[in-house]
Structures are given as C-alpha cells and as structure tokens.
Design a binder for this molecule. Structure first.
Ligand code: OGA
Ligand code: MN
Length: 294
C-alpha cells in the first residue's frame, strides 16, 4: 500500500494517509509501519472505524497482544470487552457511565498522570493502539511527550548521572500519587514493584530515551524522597510543552504510540456525565529493560 507519512510536530508524530486498516497489510507495509513507530514515536490514523476484531488484527502488525490482566481493579466477570482489549472508557459492562465514587473510576483517574503503559510489568509494553468510539463534548484530549527529544536536551552531566540508574515501578505508586491506597492483598501481590532502566536506547534510530512513568516510586539504592524529587524534576523537564503533542480525538481515530519512547496522559473531561468509549490494544515488549545494553 502506498501510504504516506507527514510529520505533524517539530520532534515527532506521523500522520498516516492512504491506508485502510481493515485491509490486510504486506510484509513491506508492516516493516514500514514499525520503522515509522521507531522514528516518529506516535502514529495517527484518521477515519478508521474498526470492530474490536479488526483492531486486534491490525495491532498484530506490531507484535503480540499483551492481555489486559494484572493492570486494573476490574474483576473479569465485570469486563465490558475481551481480554485482548484494555477498556479505557468510563463505562461498565452494561454501557452505563461509572458512578462518581466507583472504585474503577478512582483507579482509572491514574491515566491522567504522565505514564508509559505497562511500565509496571517486568517486560513492559512495546506500543499501544487506542481507538475512539465516542467522545465527550469537551476535554479528554490525549497528550504525548517524546522522550528522545527530552533526553537530547539534558545536559551532559545529567545524562551521565542517569545512564545506569534503575527505577522501581508499580501501579501502587502511581495510584498512591492520587491518594488511592486501599488495595486488596491479592492486588498488592499482582502490583508488586518491578525494576526498569531509566535510560533506554532505540535499536533502529540509536536514540536514547528517559524511561519515565508515574508508576515510578523510587530509584534503586536511593532514599525515596530524594528519588521522587529527582524523578519529578526529570518528568517536569521531559513534559515541557516543546516535547508534547496533544491529540484532539474524532470518532474513528486510531493512535499508536511507542511506550518505549513516549509518555502519555489523558486530560480532564466530565467523565461522570458523558461517555468516552476508548479501546486500547497493547503490544507486548520482548525483554526486560534492565537486560538491555545502551
Ligand atoms: C491508555 C491511557 C489515554 C486516554 O489508553 O493507555 O492512558 O486518552 N488512556 O484514555
Ligand atoms: Mn496509558
């Protein structure tokens, strides 16, 4: 397929035109898309109304689906969507909007903090694909921050200081930032912290990223307050407006982002009043970040 890619931000984000995500892709299309993800970090596709099955099929162009287990507090019997899809809507299994005090809503508010998907997993996600099926009348943009550009802008002293650092990530830490701290014993076990490298390198572009996420709770070998202060400073730098693209959704948009190279967050909207039906497929990563060599 002769699709084209237009860069829409100074540093990253490719808008892809001339592709129908329902049709089957050649190996060369798949290579080109994966290469574009390495280079642009975020890929935007407009006017693609897909069924869940079609989204899953297209997602497999990027690798193997990571199932939505161990990443939320929704019981399997209460799921609206199959395990191949992370339900990031504000809807329950009957399509009703979560009540204001619903525990799942409280937990999902964590998506408003800058994060990288599944950084709380031992092998974190490669990329995510999010489709818009309904949207609120205002708010609810998703913002993306490009970590290679943020890394490049660090001064050499900081680059050296962070090169070998290892961080601890957990959903308990990110939810704790919003004061969500009541977890069952089973959840505590599932959400046990994992280790991640703070600096990652993209093998295709050779560019380094700061691997940040709201899931970070400390740095190995550091006292927690010092670690959190340091991570907060880095995050503030990495999410300054120069490195951020805000996606304003239309129904039928599908956005793919590279979790190895980007952070993202959803902006506020009146989530107790209007449905926002967003469905995410996630592609599994291949190895532990602490085993990668820069
Ligand atoms: C996600 C997420 C963003 C959004 O899908 O991983 O963080 O816009 N949500 O809902
Ligand atoms: Mn996310």
């Amino acid at each position: 397929m002769g699709f084209s890619i237009n860069k829409v931000h100074e540093h990253f984000v490719g808008a892809i035109e001339g592709i129908d995500l329902k049709s089957s892709l050649s190996n060369s299309d798949i290579r080109k898309l994966n290469h574009a993800l390495d280079e642009f970090g975020v890929l935007v596709f407009r006017n693609q109304i897909l069924t869940n099955e079609q989204q899953i099929k297209f997602s497999e162009a990027f690798g193997n689906i990571e199932l939505a287990v161990g990443g939320n507090v929704t019981k399997e019997k209460d799921r609206r969507l199959s395990l191949e899809i992370a339900d990031v809507s504000n809807l329950d299994k009957d399509g009703k909007i979560f009540a204001r005090n619903d525990r799942r809503r409280m937990f999902n508010l964590g998506n408003r903090l800058w994060h990288s998907d599944s950084s709380y997993r031992k092998i974190p996600a490669k990329c995510s694909l999010l489709s818009c099926h309904s949207k609120p009348s205002s708010g609810g943009n998703t913002e993306f921050a490009f970590m290679p550009a943020a890394y490049d802008a660090l001064d050499d002293k900081i680059k050296k200081e962070i090169e070998e650092l290892v961080t601890e990530h957990s959903l308990i830490y990110s939810r704790g930032l919003l004061g969500f701290s009541e977890f069952t014993n089973e959840e505590r076990e599932t959400f046990k912290p994992v280790l991640q490298a703070l600096v990652r390198k993209n093998e295709t572009t050779d560019r380094k990223s700061i691997y940040l996420s709201a899931h970070i709770g400390t740095i190995v070998g550091w006292e927690m307050p010092e670690a959190r202060d340091f991570i907060r400073e880095l995050t503030e730098h990495a999410t300054s407006r120069d490195f951020v693209y805000a996606h304003e959704w239309s129904i039928g948009d599908l956005v793919v982002w590279d979790n190895r190279q980007c952070m993202h967050r959803v902006r506020p909207f009146k989530d107790t009043g209007e449905p926002r039906d967003m469905r995410r497929t996630t592609i599994a990563g291949q190895e532990e970040t602490t085993k990668q060599t820069n």
